[in-house]
Design a binder for this molecule. Structure first.
Ligand SMILES: *[C@@H]1O[C@H](CO)[C@@H](O)[C@H](O)[C@H]1NC(C)=O
Ligand SMILES: *[C@@H]1O[C@H](CO)[C@@H](O)[C@H](O)[C@H]1NC(C)=O
Ligand SMILES: *[C@@H]1O[C@H](CO)[C@@H](O)[C@H](O)[C@H]1NC(C)=O
Ligand SMILES: *[C@@H]1O[C@H](CO)[C@@H](O)[C@H](O)[C@H]1NC(C)=O
Ligand SMILES: *[C@@H]1O[C@H](CO)[C@@H](O)[C@H](O)[C@H]1NC(C)=O
Ligand SMILES: *[C@@H]1O[C@H](CO)[C@@H](O)[C@H](O)[C@H]1NC(C)=O
Length: 743
């Protein structure tokens, strides 16, 4: 026995000497700033493999997978690879990640309480536990991360590795605490907001006479320090001489970044309060008298459920009082000039030409609603809105000093919409005075401010989708089509944009479709040549012939709008239903950006895109034959619905419901069924989507990448024929008149 002890001592003599030296050194150093142990190697870890095993010893299936570094892109393929989110590309990070050290036994108690009190306030929260086997029960708590290695002292390093590998891109600050620490997350957020993101932070409360932060009171670490610690994990594990996680983290931070626990950064600190009673409630009152308690970001130890919620309620109440005080302070600053109080005043127009338009209306009509009409009936939505406002006015008058008034009617109404403020109404309302029987008119001002911006979740799309362009050409349009194709080849095809152009040739009944008399011979040979040239690339081109039915007069798209549907029905047969389809025509002039916007704005099962193109005025009137976007050359054509993009499947869903109005076209011969008078004007695909696919979002927006060359407008229902701007046309009329009078 005695012999055995001696042998034990002599075998481990270096180890004990180490410990003794360590104790000696730690005594010396504890008075200085250095961490309390430096060179002692009382380590139990011997080789690299073991260190790697400890580091690797995570994680269960609940945890998110670490970010996998993308391989450096292949130099042969210089195409830009877009990250999945804008935030990644722009380097936008969230503020705060919270990690709680807990255990399997506490998941259903402490961890839940912490999650309930702060889970919705911080950007992300994770709970770290030991999970040597598969977790037995299905826990309600999400955000669990299990580590297989149960050795307590290595846990901080596993956590650092896991967090750094999984979340290092995403957060500015990482806050770690134990499961018995109550966190006042609102205060924590406020403190973090005040610290510059460029600071290197290892903030907390120092242990007594030490230079590392106490994990009990929470430790705040910046992304920079976390990353450094991740890079020195081997050293940290080899030198983890203590069982105390606070000390282990501290030593690792000191070695990795030469940083010891900061008690304040940029004047901000993390005050913490240690409860010295075993019962909270009887002592709460006395604690709330203390400044340290009221300022605390963390309070520990908290072990009972009720105590968590009591503390939470106390600090929330404190915050509420503070916010109310702030609101009061701000209200006193209101000048009284703004109306309604606190509401943004409208934008100040730069010149008198920028004044927002004020519309006049009566109970049934609106006057000069746009540039083209003088009078328009109010639609259902407008009527409903006015009705609601009148109701509100009635309520206000009757509850105020107008109890003896009776509402009669709306006399005048004016409304003005300001993009930065909302809708302002001025209303003259007629009342009858019930006492005297007299009628009187009162004026009211009503403001409907804009609400908060709402973000709508939209499915993920990329700019890598192939755009299938349907390009119908009539026999009369061959020169224009040739011009489009020439431009298209140099702009789109030479750049190898991922597109497929389907040229749709509309043959009149008796036209030749072969040989030199073929009206489309030129387009066909162009397509064949282009198809051969780009055979191995992503750009594709092909043509599809459609034979129009036999009629006494030639058939034109402009007179038979139902042909729009016939073309899409027949073309989708060729290109398939899974494809993104865009409809253009020979007057179009498009840009690459436009194609990208088509790709981003058209979402299967969710959204179609209907760009409002810029349309050129008659060059003879403007004396300019360019397509530059300015007010002399043209205007955005709000009456145009022809150019539209959608997914084939969505089209088919809507079209099937629409077929009782317009039968489906399966072969060329079916076209003769839709040429009667009833179908002449049914040709608006956008309208079909609106009416027959109500789940789908229909996006319509001005589009500068889509320009339309001037052409004669044959649709008599249109208000604007795009001859020229009002000023140009007026000038023209005056000069013509002079000429006329002079002669
Ligand atoms: C490292 O340690 C492990 C276990 O402690 C052992 O199995 C392994 O052989 C060691 N490797 C080296 C290179 O010493
Ligand atoms: C630890 O993980 C890394 C990859 O993450 C792997 O290359 C290495 O072999 C692992 N080491 C051990 C000991 O499991
Ligand atoms: C944890 O917090 C999150 C965020 O507030 C919440 O969605 C979730 O339901 C909470 N889980 C439990 C078990 O309370
Ligand atoms: C999970 O939530 C359900 C419903 O809220 C509850 O009945 C159940 O006890 C919870 N399970 C655990 C393990 O807390
Ligand atoms: C509104 O004005 C239009 C055009 O003057 C008129 O026809 C209509 O009757 C007016 N409505 C009311 C309710 O007075
Ligand atoms: C659009 O018009 C401009 C100017 O007329 C021309 O340079 C360009 O090639 C045209 N692009 C297409 C695709 O037609």
């Amino acid at each position: 026995m005695f012999k055995g002890t001696i042998r034990f001592f002599s075998e481990n003599v270096y180890l004990f000497m180490g410990i003794l030296i360590g104790l000696y050194f730690s005594n010396i150093f504890s008075y200085t700033e250095a961490p309390s142990s430096c060179t002692i190697k009382t380590r139990s870890i011997r080789n690299e493999t073991e260190i790697q095993e400890i580091i690797n010893s995570s994680v269960n299936k609940f945890a998110p997978k670490p970010l996998i570094k993308k391989p450096v892109s292949n130099p042969n393929k210089p195409k830009l690879i877009r990250p999945r989110y804008y935030s990644t590309e722009l380097g936008i990070r969230e503020k705060l990640f919270v990690g709680i050290f807990t255990s399997e036994e506490k998941i259903n108690s402490q961890a839940i309480h912490i999650n309930k009190t702060i889970g919705h306030i911080v950007d992300k929260i994770k709970f770290f536990i030991t999970a040597q086997y598969k977790l037995k029960t299905q826990y309600n708590l999400t955000g669990l991360v299990g580590f297989t290695d149960s050795r307590h002292k290595y846990r901080p390093f596993q956590v650092i590795k896991f967090v750094a590998d999984t979340f290092s891109q995403g957060y500015d600050y990482y806050f770690f605490a134990n499961d018995y620490t109550f966190i006042n997350a609102h205060r924590l957020n406020e403190i973090i907001k005040k610290i510059s993101v460029s600071m290197d932070v290892y903030l907390g409360k120092r242990v007594k006479d030490g230079s590392y932060c106490n994990l009990d009171s929470g430790i705040l670490i910046s992304a920079s320090v976390l990353k450094a610690m991740r890079n020195h994990l081997d050293w940290c594990i080899m030198n983890a001489v203590s069982e105390d996680p606070s000390e282990n983290i501290g030593r690792c931070a000191y070695h990795s970044f030469a940083i010891s626990c900061q008690e304040s950064v940029q004047m901000e600190s993390l005050p913490s309060f240690k409860i010295k009673h075993f019962e909270l409630l009887p002592h709460l009152k006395e604690m709330t008298m203390k400044k340290e308690f009221n300022e605390a970001v963390t309070v520990y130890p908290v072990l009972k459920k009720d105590d968590f919620y009591t503390l939470n309620a106390y600090f929330l109440k404190q915050r509420l009082a503070m916010l109310q005080e702030e609101t009061q302070d701000i209200s006193t600053l209101l000048t009284g000039e703004e109306w309604p109080p606190g509401q943004r005043q409208g934008a100040k127009p730069a010149t008198r030409f920028d004044l927002p338009r004020q519309y006049y209306f009566n109970a049934t009509h609106i006057f000069f609603p746009d540039d083209f009409s003088t009078l328009k009936q109010l639609n259902k939505a407008e009527l409903k809105e006015h009705e609601e406002i009148i109701e509100e006015i009635k309520l206000k008058t009757l509850n105020g000093n107008g109890k003896n008034l009776k509402y009669m009617e709306l006399v005048n109404g004016y409304k003005l919409f300001d993009l930065s403020r909302g809708m302002d109404y001025t209303l003259d309302v007629k009342f009858e005075d019930l006492n005297s029987g007299k009628q009187l008119i009162k004026r009211f001002e009503v403001c409907k401010p804009l609400g908060n911006i709402e973000i709508i979740q939209v499915p993920y799309v990329t700019e890598n989708t192939r755009v299938n362009i349907l390009f119908p050409v009539q026999e009369t349009e061959v020169p224009l089509a040739t011009e489009f194709l020439t431009n298209y080849a140099s702009l789109i095809m030479d750049r190898k944009e991922k597109t497929f152009l389907l040229v749709i040739l509309l043959y009149q009944y008796n036209s030749e479709s072969k040989g030199s008399k073929d009206p489309f011979a030129e387009l066909k040979s162009f397509s064949t040549a282009a198809a051969n040239k780009y055979k191995n690339d992503d750009v594709k081109i092909a043509w599809l012939s459609i034979r129009l039915p036999d009629l006494p007069k030639p058939l034109y798209l402009e007179d038979n709008r139902a042909l729009n549907f016939a073309i899409v029905d027949l073309a989708l047969k060729k290109i398939g239903l899974d494809s993104l389809t865009l409809i253009l025509d020979v007057y179009c002039n498009i840009s690459v950006e436009f194609l990208n916007r088509v790709r981003m704005n058209t979402i299967q099962d969710f959204q179609i895109f209907n760009p409002i193109p810029f349309r050129q005025y008659n060059p003879k009137v403007t004396q300019m034959n360019t397509l530059d976007i300015n007010k002399f050359n043209g205007h955005f054509d709000r009456e145009e619905y022809k150019y539209i993009s959608f997914y084939g499947k969505d089209y088919v869903i809507a079209r099937k419901k629409h077929q009782h109005i317009l039968p489906l076209i399966r072969v060329d011969n079916d076209i003769s069924n839709i040429l009667d008078e009833d179908h002449k004007t049914i040709g608006n695909i956008f309208e079909m989507f609106i009416k027959y696919y109500d789940k789908l979002h229909c996006m319509r927006a001005t589009e500068m990448g889509l320009k339309i060359r001037y052409h004669d407008e044959t649709d008599w229902r249109r208000k604007n024929a795009f001859l020229g701007s009002e000023a140009e046309l007026a000038k023209l009329m005056l000069t013509k008149k002079e000429i006329y009078e002079a002669s």
